[in-house]
Design a protein around this ligand. Structure first.
Ligand code: BES
Ligand code: MN
Ligand code: ZN
Length: 525
């Protein structure tokens, strides 16, 4: 995570009304005053269709507006979203560099443009470079309904885009950003209100970036015990963190989870995190459960070599749960939440689980192992069972990089949603639309469930060749009692997904924003 990014808000007095002249000058002064001579000073203003400016922007740019429009014409810059006009600041503009960022919707059938303010922030950060003093005049040609919230969203996008995972790069390549800090001030009419709004966005940005770090970490560094230790760090935010080792899990009868990890030199762990933020500390919690396979070789049913390194990301569900708990606790969400993750490494070994083995899960149901590569469901079976029996949560949402088949079905633009509850599903679908972390509901039903019947045990751990994501979900559902439950298959979205304005890294941190929004919109007291 780019630690050298600082963001604050400064006043643009009377922006959009009253005395724009004065407003604009205070933004200009901020740019001028804050800049040490060696640091490039950048001013960012937004333009609408045909390079139109807001009153405050026009005023700040003063006589340069005509020069800028001429430059725009020669560069074919029309003020459209996802386009930028970059200039050496004309005389009179209080900066060295001027970025005019377009906001007008592109005509169809153009590719999706950053119309929301989070993506806009990401786009701007992508144009800024790594150091210097920046003033973003947040006065849009099309004024947002809630400017303080929109400005806070912009900063969420700035922080998400600024993320980099460079822990293991010992050499700076020529392409790398020069050393230095990036100091951003967002000029807005009511900086105090924006600052208040931005607090919760900062919590979410941190949560996303923590999840990304976990997913990007290599599997020799991040094995189950190390992962558990990182989750333990949530204690400093007031989260209770309980770590169960193998002995504790044996006692509980979590043989499905333990069977997956038995071929690894790294012991398995389960971590239960608890945030009690509701007014009534006894109120039923909501529960989030994550698959945390820190590396998935496939086990004895070993995977092909090509691309196997990606299986370090097979803990993206667990990473999301940790990032989410961080976000909720650090913004002091008024809700009781359980986060639970099952942490194992799936390895081939003399001690590893075999196809043909039969394990007795914590629920008492037996499973015939057909394919040791269908391990995520075995881990989740025991964690789901444990969480619903101990905490009787309002709902359980689990996240798992569960099946390659969900990539075949949905690609990387939607996660698969499987649920026994229409209300929970509708809410997840809506939160997905609101945050851009989209989900698509897939069917469940007895005909699919039947595909799990086993000759020797209560069920086998794989269905047939067809409907692989659905049979995986049916398997999970056998470990859910009457509680509302949703399973998100994030194999396509949690890692190696295409880069966007707000995500340039391999481990996307997918799900933190979605579930933070779900909680914020429906479950806080
Ligand atoms: N972790 C994989 C699924 C996966 C695939 C995640 C690609 C991310 C990208 C999971 O454990 C797995 O191996 N699933 C098997 C299930 C099969 C054996 C029924 C699969 O998808 O092939
Ligand atoms: Mn697998
Ligand atoms: Zn897996």
């Amino acid at each position: 995570m780019s630690s050298k990014l600082s963001i604050d808000f400064v006043a643009v007095k009377d922006a959009g009304a009253g005395k724009p002249a004065k407003a604009a000058k205070s933004a200009g002064k901020a740019a001028r005053k804050a800049a040490p001579a060696s640091q490039p000073r950048t001013l960012v203003v937004f333009a609408g269709a045909d390079v139109s400016f807001s009153a405050a922007a026009s005023d700040l740019l003063g006589d340069s507006v005509e020069t800028i429009r001429r430059a725009a014409a020669s560069a074919s810059f029309k003020g459209r979203a996802s386009s930028v006009l970059e200039l050496w600041a004309p005389e009179g503009v209080p900066a060295d560099r001027l970025l005019v960022v377009g906001t007008a919707p592109k005509p169809p059938p153009a590719s999706p443009a950053p119309t929301d303010h989070v993506s806009l922030g990401g786009y701007v950060m992508g144009k800024l470079g790594g150091r210097g003093e920046v003033v973003i005049l947040f006065d849009l040609p099309e004024a947002p309904e809630h400017p303080a919230q929109a400005a806070a969203d912009l900063t969420l996008g700035l922080r998400m885009r600024a993320y980099k995972f460079e822990r293991y790069k010992t050499k700076k390549s020529e392409d790398n950003e020069p050393e230095g800090a990036l100091d951003v001030r967002v000029a807005i009419a009511d900086p105090a209100a924006a600052r208040r709004e931005a607090k919760s966005r900062d919590a979410v940005a941190e949560g996303v970036n923590i999840a990304r770090d976990l997913v990007n970490e290599p599997p020799n560094v991040l094995y189950p015990d190390e992962f558990a230790k990182r989750a333990k760090a949530l204690e400093k935010l007031g989260v209770e963190v309980e770590i169960l080792d193998e002995k504790a899990m044996q006692k509980l009868g979590m043989n499905a989870l333990l069977g997956v990890g038995q071929g690894s030199v790294h012991d398995s762990r389960m971590v239960v995190m608890r945030w009690n933020g509701a007014k009534n500390s006894k109120a039923r919690p909501v529960a989030f459960i994550g698959k945390g396979v820190t590396f998935d070789t496939g086990g004895i049913s070993i995977k092909p070599a090509g691309g196997m390194e990606d299986m370090k990301g097979d803990m993206a569900g667990a990473a999301c749960v940790v990032g989410l708990m961080h976000a909720l606790a650090s913004r002091k969400a008024k809700v009781n939440v359980i986060g639970a993750i099952g942490l194992v490494e799936n390895m081939p070994d003399g001690k590893a689980q075999r196809p043909g083995d039969i394990v007795t899960t914590m629920s008492g149901q037996t499973v015939e192992i057909i394919n040791t590569d269908a391990e995520g469901r075995l881990v989740l079976a025991d964690v789901l069972w444990r969480i619903q029996s101990v905490y009787e949560p309002e709902f359980m949402v689990n996240l798992a990089t569960l099946t390659g088949a969900i990539l075949v079905a949905l690609g990387s633009d939607h996660a698969g949603l499987f649920s026994n509850d229409d209300t929970l599903s509708e809410r997840l679908l809506q939160s997905g639309k609101d945050t851009g972390e989209k989900v698509w509901r897939m069917p469940l039903g007895p005909a699919y469930d039947k595909l799990l019947e086993s000759k020797f045990a209560d069920m086998k751990n794989v269905g047939g060749r067809h409907a692989g994501s659905i049979t995986a979900a049916q398997f999970l559902q056998r470990f859910v009692n009457k509680r509302p439950w949703a399973h998100l298959d994030i194999a396509g979205t949690g890692m190696a997904s295409p880069t966007t304005d707000i995500n340039q890294t391999w481990g996307s941190g997918w799900g933190v924003r979605l579930l933070d929004r779900l909680v914020a919109d429906h479950y806080e007291s």
